[in-house]
Design a protein around this ligand. Structure first.
Ligand code: ZN
Length: 357
């Protein structure tokens, strides 16, 4: 197959977005698109290119004092009657237009067209972001080649509608279990109803006032919610067991240990077990590349509420933020689309940041 990523396509971020969208790459099917991206990057004299599984990394080595990462995932969620792309006026529709082949197009366009960036740049085109973390290209690289990730600052090109979303909130899941004693429903006074016991858990959740925190000028809004409830034995049995699954989204001034301590405080007196936790990431805007990036964007950053791979970089001590042309509210939707002006403006912003001497 001929590589659709021709020099003319690579020169135009809009055409490049469309070409990338029209290469199907649902998670775990990224080989063909990774082959094309690798093929392009290997032909660029100012880059050194590496590959691990279906993750492609290319870097400049100009001896600059600082190194920045531009990263985007190559995979998409499953198609939903939205492939290949279609155009309607200033909008490009199709799976991955917003999340996040328009962002990937930024990185690939700059990698090819910017031989002399002001920082050394590491470009990541990685696999399997939309599925479990063990498949994630950045997870695999951090295990196999941690040195590839070394940098002073990272920009993840996830959809943010052209603004800077800094850091990200952490997420924790926990199960609160209430206990009772079985009895025949006809003689319920011999038992203790565990489902009724859950009432107090739900009352605490309803009354809970979620915290808002401002960190480095970015607002984070927490959330504590029941997301599932199970209990009951049979239609004539008083239940002895009820489980309420809790999802807690917490601001990045709390680490997972502090988040767990807070949950134990809220549900004091109840049996609580944490089942899953991912740390958030502080905004990390005080380093020079981040400051210069914010100046190039020219608009105040806001806090990222959802968990993203910026937390992976933060865990390695690398401040990271999100910046991409897509609308995050459209990600994973059937009518996912991106505005062409957002693609052009965002590419120009990144170019201004990296090219200015
Ligand atoms: Zn994404």
């Amino acid at each position: 197959m001929q590589n659709p990523l021709t020099p003319e396509v690579l020169a135009d971020p809009v055409a490049l977005t469309r070409a990338l969208v029209d290469m199907e790459s649902v998670s775990l099917n990224e080989k063909a698109i990774a082959d094309c991206v690798e093929d392009v990057l290997r032909g660029v004299p100012h880059l050194t290119t590496f590959r691990h599984s279906n993750t492609v990394m290319a870097r400049t080595d100009l001896g600059r004092a600082q190194r920045v990462v531009l990263a985007g995932h190559l995979d998409t969620v499953p198609l939903n009657g939205n492939f290949p792309s279609t155009m309607r006026g200033d909008l490009m529709y199709g799976c991955g237009t917003s999340d996040m082949k328009s962002g990937v197009a930024f990185a690939l366009h700059l990698a090819v067209t910017l031989p002399d960036p002001r920082y050394d740049v590491t470009y990541f085109f990685y696999e399997a972001e939309e599925i479990e973390s063990r498949y994630n290209g950045l997870t695999l690289v951090s295990q196999a080649h941690p040195e590839w990730l070394q940098a002073d600052f990272a920009v993840l090109l996830e959809p943010t509608y052209g603004i800077v979303e800094a850091g990200c909130q952490g997420t924790m899941r926990a199960v609160v279990t209430t206990h009772g004693e079985r009895a025949h429903a006809a003689r319920s006074w011999h038992g203790v109803n565990a489902i009724h016991g859950a009432g107090e858990v739900l009352r605490r959740l309803t009354a809970y006032e979620a915290r808002r925190v401002t960190i480095e000028g970015c607002d984070y809004r927490e959330g504590l919610n029941a997301v599932r409830i199970t209990g009951g034995v049979a239609g004539n049995v008083i239940p002895d067991h009820c489980e309420i699954e809790i999802n807690y989204r917490y601001a990045p001034d709390r680490d997972p240990a502090a988040a767990e301590a807070h949950l134990r405080e809220v549900f004091a007196g109840f049996d609580l077990a944490v089942t899953d936790a991912a740390a958030g990431a502080a905004p990390g805007l005080d380093n020079p590349p981040a400051q210069e990036f914010l100046a190039a964007v020219g608009a105040a950053p806001i806090g990222k509420l959802g968990w993203t791979d910026v937390a992976r970089f933060a865990a390695l001590g690398i401040p990271a933020l999100n910046f991409g042309p897509g609308d995050p509210n459209l990600a994973h939707h059937k009518d996912e689309h991106v505005e062409l002006t957002k693609i052009r403006d965002g590419a120009a912003t990144l170019h201004r940041w990296l090219a200015s001497a």
